[in-house]
Design a protein around this ligand. Structure first.
Ligand SMILES: [Zn+2]
Length: 350
């Protein structure tokens, strides 16, 4: 579970509009029904009316709506500037030793960095740096760059240190990894909250809302299917998907063309392929899908496979509804299903 800072600390943070707490907690105001990020420029509420949440999902499910001034749904997707600066720095030089003293010299409080990384990326800051180092090393190895150069170029003191770290992360030594695959993951901001995306060199294999409770399971499944590590980063498929999602959310894209990978049982694959045939803006029932794949009695199994879809939005499981026209379930939250369908029907304001 994510631990919130103390109430005192959070109160001080929102009263002083301290942006360095953005993404760490959210405050909801009972008297107005709105929730905000700590740096919100709006008038500061009476602490007695304030309730604290560690993520936007919980605030939304407690009945609060996102503030129109500070857009708290974007808080996790748009890192606060102190984090962006740090991420950019790590990207430029992942081999730097980012000690506590070093972080302080950048005017960043180490404890806050730890909290942010654990919460947003589900790993420590050190693990993130190691992941980026190894991710970059793997790219170079696949390009055929000499192993000693790679080891020296990525901040490992010795070849064997590099080997050990590599084996811990990727499961096989670098010499045999020229064709090794890893799943690179990145965060994508969307009007419905941040998404986490995963891709191999062959295509997109994961797209989920980051607050979805299934995310851990999905990562474990990916690790099993691709038997490889999951490291932060970006590749050409992720870049393409980002662009396509932008166009989808502004209403100008109706079908995605980014390559997809969705390993699963043959039944699951049948269902997911059928989902891909549902036209933009249309809905079909679980029963209908069951009939289309030639298993009319398998409605429940269809519903289950639909729920296990790992590539939200692109494999449009949100277009499957109950026979009676009710929305049915949605792993990413019913309100998101509603919004996606409204967007596709041209009924979404904002
Ligand atoms: Zn606000």
């Amino acid at each position: 579970m994510v631990k919130l800072p103390t109430t005192e600390e959070m109160e001080r943070a929102y009263k002083t509009r301290d942006g360095s707490y953005d993404g760490i907690f959210f405050l909801a105001v009972r008297s107005t029904g709105i929730f905000c990020r700590p740096s919100c420029p709006a008038r500061k509420p009476d602490p007695r009316n304030v309730q604290y949440y560690s993520n936007p999902r919980d605030a939304v499910f407690a009945g609060f709506r996102p503030c129109k001034r500070c857009h708290p749904m974007k808080a996790l997707g748009t890192p606060p500037s102190w984090i962006s600066d740090l991420l950019a720095r790590v990207e430029r030089d992942p081999s730097e030793r980012y000690s506590d003293a070093f972080l302080r010299s950048m005017n960043v409080e180490p404890a806050r960095v730890r909290r942010y990384f654990r919460k947003t990326y589900g790993m420590t800051f050190q693990a993130y740096c190691r992941g980026r180092r190894l991710g970059k090393a793997l790219e170079q190895i696949r390009l055929g760059i000499d192993l000693d150069d790679v080891a020296l170029g990525h901040g490992f003191d010795s070849h064997s240190g590099f080997r050990d770290a590599f084996v811990r992360t990727f499961g096989k030594p670098p010499g045999r990894s020229r064709n090794a695959e890893c799943v690179v993951t990145a965060w994508i901001e969307s009007p419905l909250g941040p998404l986490v995306v995963g891709a191999t060199s062959r295509g997109i294999c994961l797209l989920e809302f980051t607050d979805r409770r299934m995310l851990d399971t999905q990562f474990a499944t990916l690790r099993r299917h691709f038997s490889c590590a999951i490291v932060p980063g970006e590749n050409q498929h992720i870049k393409q998907l980002k662009k396509e999602l932008d166009d989808y959310f502004n209403g100008s894209l109706r079908s995605f063309s980014v390559p997809l990978l969705y390993p699963g049982t043959s039944f699951q694959q049948l269902v997911w392929k059928e989902l891909l045939k549902i036209p933009y803006g249309k809905t079909v029932s679980y029963e209908n899908i069951a009939r289309r794949i030639g298993s009319p009695a398998a409605q429940r199994a269809v519903g289950h496979a639909n729920g296990l879809n790992r590539i939200a939005i692109v494999v449009p499981c949100h277009r499957v509804v109950n026979k009676n026209g009710e929305l049915g379930g949605y792993g990413g939250g019913l309100w998101r299903k509603q919004k996606l369908l409204a967007l596709e029907r041209g009924q979404l304001s904002t």
